[in-house]
Design a protein around this ligand. Structure first.
Ligand SMILES: *Cc1c(COP(=O)(O)O)cnc(C)c1O
Length: 244
């Protein structure tokens, strides 16, 4: 017992120190989602919270799980591959980072959702690689909505073609769109970009009844994203603190 206490000393201290802030952060983020919904008369249940857990330890994620969070977003394949087996099986894992083609199998085998689908080649690979014993992989198309040169994501005018390829893939289910817009100083400009995503999302809904998710809004801009129609916010910093 004493040995155990000594060898887990820092873990226990960490547990004690980190428990209240994380729970407070979760409560604060949920309140922010609720008030953003209320402001524009949207039902609170319209917007779900994805905890962005890149760079956070499995221990931290366990605490977040114990505090009630069930959906986590990871950006790096090898980091996720190490953490996923250490955590409860009812967590819904979303892959949200740039996808290297040669890592697609790991994503197909370990995640429930992929939010960063941005090219046809990946549609074919993920469809072939999704194991039969798992439900279809839930897919969001990442859109380069600010049309930045160096950004991941497909151009808005290419979305429909990619969407049709996903719809025609039996091991994939098209659920909607994801974007990481450039945040500017001007609230109006940000709102206009989010509104563009919402228009694209509404068009996508006419292609398939499975489309129900618009993933936009991060710690900095979640309120504006919700005001413009986001159905899922992806929050890292405001839940877990700044990243190193
Ligand atoms: C890191 C990341 C987030 C979370 O960003 P925060 O500003 O820490 O909330 C959301 N979405 C994607 C795709 C990310 O890579």
């Amino acid at each position: 017992m004493l040995d155990w206490l000594i060898s887990n000393f820092f873990y226990l201290i960490g547990l004690i120190l980190s428990m209240p802030p994380l729970e407070n952060n979760i409560t604060a983020v949920k309140l922010r989602i609720e008030s953003a919904c209320l402001k524009v008369d949207r039902p609170i249940a319209d917007v779900s919270l994805l905890a962005v857990s890149k760079t956070r330890s499995a221990k931290t994620l366990k605490l977040a799980y114990l505090a009630g969070l069930r959906q986590f977003g990871e950006n790096y394949v090898s980091e996720a591959q190490e953490k996923i087996p250490q955590l409860p099986a009812d967590i819904i894992w979303h892959f949200i980072g740039p996808i290297q083609s040669n890592k697609s199998r790991i994503i197909a085998e370990n995640f429930s959702w992929v939010q960063s689908l941005d090219r046809i080649k990946l549609v074919q690979r993920l469809n072939n690689q999704r194991p039969e014993h798992l439900p279809p992989l839930q897919c969001l198309i990442q859109v380069n909505i600010s049309e930045e040169e160096q950004k991941a994501g497909i151009a808005p005018d290419q979305v429909e073609t990619l969407a049709k390829a996903i719809i025609n893939s039996p091991r994939l289910t098209l659920r909607g769109l994801m974007a990481i817009p450039k945040v500017t100083e001007k609230a109006q400009e940000n709102a206009a970009i989010f509104a563009k995503m919402t228009a694209l999302f509404n068009h996508l809904k006419t292609l398939s009844a499975t489309v129900d998710t618009l993933s936009m809004g991060m710690s900095q801009d979640m309120d504006e994203a919700i005001a413009q129609g986001s159905t899922m916010v992806r929050i890292g910093t405001d839940l877990f603190g700044p990243r190193n």
